[in-house]
Design a protein around this ligand. Structure first.
Ligand SMILES: Cc1ncc(COP(=O)(O)OP(=O)(O)O)c(N)n1
Ligand SMILES: Cc1ncsc1CCOP(=O)(O)O
Ligand SMILES: [Mg+2]
Length: 287
C-alpha cells in the first residue's frame, strides 16, 4: 500500500488506455515507458483476452513502473485484479456494473483506491454523479473502432457543468478534434489509438500534454446548422468534424455552406466562421 497515488485526480488530465490489440505490435511495457517519458498522467491496463497469469505478470510490471514514475495505474474491468496488483484503482463500465455494483467494487478495492465509471449519455452521467466514483468517463464522443456508436459533443458542456468529479472524455479523440473538446470546457481526455499507434509515442503524448495545459478559453461563434442557431468554437470546427460529431455517415451526406455545396475532399480544411449557415443533408442508403 506504500506510496499509492491519491484518489484526487484533479491535476491528472492525460489518460492512456493501454490495449495491445490496438497498438503497433510493440510490447505494452515499452509503450507505457514512452508515454511516461511524454508526461502521461494515468495509465490503464485494458487487456480483454489474456489469461489471469499473464495479467498478473504484465500488471505487476506496469504497477511498479507507474509507482516509480508517479503515474496513476488503473486496471480495467476487475476490482479483484486491481486490489491484487495493488493498483491505484479500477475502471468499470455499465456492463461491468452488472457483475460488481459500485458498493461491491468499493468493498473489494477499499477506500483508498480510485473507482472510475463509464457513462454514455447525459442521463447515465446524471445518475453516475450520485455514485461513489472518483472520476467519470463520458463517451464514445467521436467514432472509434472500439465501440459501434458515438454520442457526439452535444452534451459535453452540460456534463462538465453538472459534474461533481473529474470528467474524462473518451472515444476517437485525436490531434484534430482535441481543440473542439477543449473549447467545450474539457480538461481531461483518454485515448487508445492516437497515442498507441503514433510512430513516436513520447512526442505524441507530449503534444497532448502541452495542448491540455494550454487548455480551453477560445472564443465561440454563432452559426446556423440546419436552420438552428448553435454556438461553436471559433475557427476550430471543420465541416468534417461537424459531420462526424453529428454521428452522420460522411458518404451519405451532402454539405452546403452558405448555399454552396462543398465537396467531401474539402471538408477537413474548411472551418466554420461566425454567421455561417450549414445544411447537412443526409441520404438513406438504397438497395
Ligand atoms: C477511461 C475509460 N473510459 C471508458 C472505458 C470503457 O469501459 P467499458 O465501457 O467497460 O468498456 P471496455 O473498455 O471494458 O471495453 C475505459 N475502459 N476506460
Ligand atoms: C474503451 C473505450 N470506451 C469508450 S470509447 C473507447 C475506445 C477509445 O479508443 P480510441 O481512443 O482509439 O477511440
Ligand atoms: Mg469494461
Amino acid at each position: 500500500m506504500n506510496g499509492r497515488n491519491t484518489r484526487d485526480l484533479t491535476d491528472r488530465h492525460l489518460y492512456l488506455v493501454l490495449t495491445e490489440e490496438y497498438g503497433t505490435g510493440r510490447p505494452l511495457m515499452s509503450v507505457a515507458e514512452e508515454a511516461i517519458a511524454g508526461g502521461v498522467d494515468i495509465l490503464q491496463m485494458r487487456e480483454k483476452s489474456r489469461p489471469r497469469s499473464d495479467l498478473l505478470q504484465l500488471g505487476s510490471g506496469l504497477a511498479a513502473l507507474c509507482r516509480k514514475s508517479g503515474v496513476t495505474f488503473i486496471v480495467n474491468d476487475d476490482p479483484f485484479l486491481a486490489a491484487e496488483l495493488d493498483a491505484d484503482g479500477v475502471h468499470l463500465g455499465q456492463e461491468d456494473l452488472q457483475t460488481y455494483s459500485v458498493d461491491t467494487a468499493r468493498k473489494i478495492i477499499g477506500k483508498d483506491r480510485i473507482l472510475g465509471l463509464s457513462t454514455h449519455s447525459l442521463e447515465q452521467f446524471r445518475r453516475a454523479c450520485e455514485l461513489d466514483a472518483d472520476y467519470l468517463a463520458f463517451g464514445p464522443i467521436f467514432p472509434t473502432r472500439t465501440k459501434d456508436y458515438s454520442i457526439g459533443t452535444g452534451d459535453v458542456a452540460e456534463v462538465l457543468r453538472i459534474a461533481s468529479t473529474p470528467v474524462v472524455l473518451i472515444g476517437g479523440v485525436n490531434t484534430s478534434n482535441l481543440d473542439l473538446l477543449l473549447s467545450e470546457g474539457a480538461s481531461s481526455v483518454a485515448l487508445i489509438r492516437d497515442i498507441m499507434q503514433a510512430e513516436d509515442v513520447a512526442s505524441r503524448t507530449r503534444w497532448y500534454k502541452d495542448r491540455l495545459k494550454k487548455g480551453a478559453g477560445r472564443g465561440r461563434v454563432k452559426v446556423r446548422v440546419n436552420g438552428r442557431e448553435e454556438s461553436l468554437p471559433d475557427g476550430n470546427v471543420t465541416l468534417q468534424e461537424l459531420v462526424e460529431t453529428r454521428g452522420l455517415v460522411p458518404e451519405r451526406v451532402v454539405v452546403e455552406l452558405n448555399l454552396e455545396v462543398i465537396p467531401r475532399e474539402h471538408w477537413p480544411t474548411v472551418s466554420l466562421q461566425a454567421e455561417d449557415s450549414v445544411e447537412l443533408v443526409s441520404f438513406v442508403g438504397g438497395g
